[in-house]
Design a protein around this ligand. Structure first.
Ligand SMILES: Cc1cc2nc3c(=O)[nH]c(=O)nc-3n(C[C@H](O)[C@H](O)[C@H](O)COP(=O)(O)OP(=O)(O)OC[C@H]3O[C@@H](n4cnc5c(N)ncnc54)[C@H](O)[C@@H]3O)c2cc1C
Length: 339
């Protein structure tokens, strides 16, 4: 059993930066994530997509942001438990006893839940034959956009992911964008851009259509799409991408006695503590008046939750606020020599 100052559940951007904040103030922590990779949504859902609203980084992809966060943690040698799901959180005197599905357990006064949308699964096509092509020529997320270069890609969906990828891939692929309605749900600027590209012939738009069949032997060769008026079109295609959103499942988190409303954990905005002392929720999974589901909000929430952890981890010491620029102690923790 590991006795630690804080356990972080979730290695998305929020969990990673929270670990940095804990280590800066001298607390030790470990991180568990049920995905095999570090990075949460940024790495699982949009590693190649550019992000434009991280303070002081004009543009970086989901993967670059993750790598930068990992680099920032390098001086601290943090232990990660990947491919492991936290199943149980139980009170044990002044500590929490936390257990994973792989038999690891942790004893800690502080548990920080940075679980994002919980365990997430993409919503899939209902056609049975799609399974045969899954992760070969039919995908629900993109990990390497280079494989689509010069190919015909049929994108399904009407939200941000479908529209963003249609715009991005139209630069060097033939793109069919297929949606079951006339209206798109994405950001207005992206919807306008899609219509502009459709007018220029760079995206083929099919609205009020849904997929009814996929054909091909080893590789996908064509799909059938059916209009609301029953008309059927056969489209040649090399790849199919389905962006129908995620089925969000809180999973075990729902049974830890926390105040949960609409799959979000209620917290205060001073410590980001839940209704259970020593359990905090930060990032996409927490809710409070004015909550913005942005990466930068998760960073702020993690910084405050980390300070709150100090009190329970070091009950006989007083937390002293210091700037990283001027604190000798912090520089020592970062392994930086000199002033
Ligand atoms: C397509 C897309 C584009 C986006 N673009 C932007 C943007 O431009 N700017 C921006 O600020 N935000 C953007 N976002 C939102 C941003 O990605 C999220 O706000 C951010 O990822 C939240 O980080 P997080 O660490 O709180 O959660 P997540 O990134 O969701 O990470 C949570 C992690 O917790 C793990 N987990 C959950 N339950 C358990 C458990 N029981 N045990 C172990 N592990 C568990 C999950 O596996 C996951 O890895 C975008 C999101 C999407 C989908």
């Amino acid at each position: 059993m590991n006795k630690i100052d804080a356990l972080i559940i979730g290695a998305g951007p929020t969990g990673l930066f929270t670990a940095h904040q804990l280590k800066l103030i001298g607390l030790n922590c470990e991180i568990v994530d049920n995905l095999e990779k570090i990075g949460g949504q940024c790495i699982e859902l949009y590693p190649d997509k550019p992000i434009y609203d991280i303070p002081a980084i004009p543009e970086c992809t989901g993967e670059e942001l993750t790598n930068n966060l990992i680099n920032q943690l390098k001086p601290f040698n943090i232990k990660f438990y990947l491919g492991e799901r936290v199943e149980e959180v139980k009170k044990e005197k002044d500590n929490w006893l936390v257990k994973t599905n792989k038999g690891n357990s942790f004893l800690t006064p502080n548990v920080i839940i940075a679980g994002g949308v919980g365990s997430f699964e993409p919503r899939k096509f209902s056609i049975k034959e799609c399974e045969k092509f899954e992760n070969k020529s039919l995908f629900y997320s993109i990990t390497d956009k280079k494989i689509f270069k010069g190919k015909i890609v049929s994108i399904f969906g009407g939200g941000d992911s479908a529209l963003d990828w249609a715009v991005e891939l139209s630069k060097d692929c033939k793109v069919n964008l297929i949606h079951r309605r006339d209206e798109f749900r994405g950001a207005k600027t992206t919807v306008d851009k899609v219509h502009e590209l459709a007018k220029e012939g760079k995206i083929n738009l099919y609205t009020k259509y849904q997929m009814t069949a996929v054909s091909g032997l080893e590789k996908l060769e064509s799909i059938d799409i059916k209009h609301d008026n029953e008309e059927i079109k056969n489209l040649k295609t090399n790849y199919v991408l389905g962006f129908f959103g995620l089925i969000m499942q809180l999973g075990p988190i729902a049974s830890w006695g926390l105040n949960i409303d609409k799959k979000k954990i209620e917290v205060d905005t001073e410590k980001f503590e839940t209704n259970q002392k020593g359990i905090y929720a930060v990032g996409d999974i927490c809710n409070y008046p004015g909550k913005l589901k942005l990466i930068l909000s998760g960073f702020h929430e993690g910084a405050l939750a980390a300070r709150a952890c100090f009190k329970l981890a070091r009950p006989n010491e007083k937390y002293r606020f210091e700037f990283t620029t001027s604190s000798k102690t912090i520089k020592d923790r970062l392994g930086i020599k000199g002033d």
